[in-house]
Design a protein around this ligand. Structure first.
Ligand SMILES: *Cc1c(COP(=O)(O)O)cnc(C)c1O
Length: 347
């Protein structure tokens, strides 16, 4: 097989010495990881620090879940699994479906009915996953999936799976490669709380310790409230979770780092969402904007170098974007004068 010299290699190959995979183990990869670190001049000016975006939407299926999924599915194949399953608010399902398709195994996903963004649903279905639309919440879906894997030989690929954590910690490695110990502060959205836990693991393994600021949506903030939320509600569907599986670990990670987990409102999330798109040219999904919303709300607190983790890309949730831009499209007849006026902003 011909491989161009610039072809990026699989995440597992790149970080094998830090991951539980030996030479010769099967690898299921879509060339994940190696995502851009992009300066954010507008946000930097607003908070008085050097702010960068870690663009995890650049992963193959459009979210950071791919870092963990390459490891979870590769391990499942190594163990002889014929099927994987997950509960998902959307991105885990999309990622599991893609990696399972690549591996040639069956994938089942359970998603909360009517609560998953269109793009994520489209991805999941076109990759051929068996998709179950549950008349219940994500938290209920996760409880059911955990029970199913006790009784059937199906590999669970939610972030409860240790291989997911191992893969996701590589994002911290990349940040240390680029910023070294200059990185003072990491801002990150928190849903099921796997990702913040994985970052802290990655930083800890390299003995680097930026502060971690985790952000939950006000209507789905169990880690801030100190108790589960029965009916989590937020525009940011990827973090609409009331009972995070790795909640304790996330709280510990934030505390050990000298940081904390706080809330942002939907209004603040959407305001950051629009600002990032309009001024930074960065279209993310609402959950990802929570990291920037939190930074804008609480400030950098003396940090000089800040990274906001942009967990997933905007095109996954077209409805969210269209709801924010209603009435913005200009209708025109096939009439040169009308079109001219519209184009020049005189309509
Ligand atoms: C999964 C996800 C999150 C939340 O990550 P957790 O590990 O569940 O805390 C945030 N944003 C996006 C886009 C996601 O897909």
């Amino acid at each position: 097989m011909r491989v161009a010299p610039h072809t990026p290699i699989a995440l597992i190959e790149r970080y094998r010495e830090h991951l539980p995979f030996a030479e010769g183990d099967p690898i299921v990869s879509l060339n994940e990881g190696g995502t851009p670190l992009l300066p954010a001049p507008i946000i930097s000016e607003q908070v008085g620090a050097d702010v960068y975006f870690k663009c995890e939407g650049a992963n193959p299926t459009g979210s950071f879940k791919d870092r963990g999924m390459t490891c979870a599915v590769s391990a499942a194949i190594r163990d002889g699994a014929k099927a994987v399953i997950c509960a998902s608010t959307g991105n885990t399902a999309a990622s599991a479906a893609a990696y399972a398709a690549r591996a040639g195994i069956t994938c089942a996903v359970i998603v909360p009915e009517g609560r998953i963004a269109r793009g994520k649903l489209a991805q999941t279905l076109i990759h051929g996953a068996r998709a179950i639309s549950l008349q219940g919440s994500f938290d209920e879906a996760l409880r059911i999936v955990r029970k199913l894997v006790e009784e059937h030989p199906i590999a669970l690929v939610n972030s409860l799976n240790e291989f997911r954590m191992e893969g996701q910690k590589t994002a911290a490695f990349e940040l240390v490669e680029e910023l070294g110990s200059e990185l003072d502060l990491l801002c990150i959205p928190v849903g099921n709380a796997g990702n913040i836990t994985a970052y802290w693991r990655g930083f800890s393994e390299l003995s680097v310790a930026p502060r971690l600021f985790g952000f939950q949506a006000e209507g789905a903030a169990p880690l801030v409230l100190g108790h589960a939320v029965e009916h989590p509600e937020t525009v940011a569907s990827a973090i609409r979770i009331g009972k995070p599986a790795r909640g304790e670990q996330a709280l510990r990670a934030a505390e050990e780092s000298g940081g904390c987990i706080r809330t942002v409102s939907d209004t603040e999330i959407l305001s950051a969402y629009r600002l990032m798109a309009a001024r930074e040219g960065m279209f993310v999904e609402p959950a990802s904007a929570a990291s920037v919303a939190g930074l804008l709300k609480y400030g950098a607190e003396g940090a000089k170098t800040v990274v906001c983790v942009l967990t997933g890309r905007g095109i996954k949730d077209p409805e969210a974007a269209l709801a924010q831009t209603e009435g913005a499209i200009i209708r025109c007849p096939v009439d040169m004068e009308a079109i001219e006026a519209a184009v020049l902003g005189e309509a």
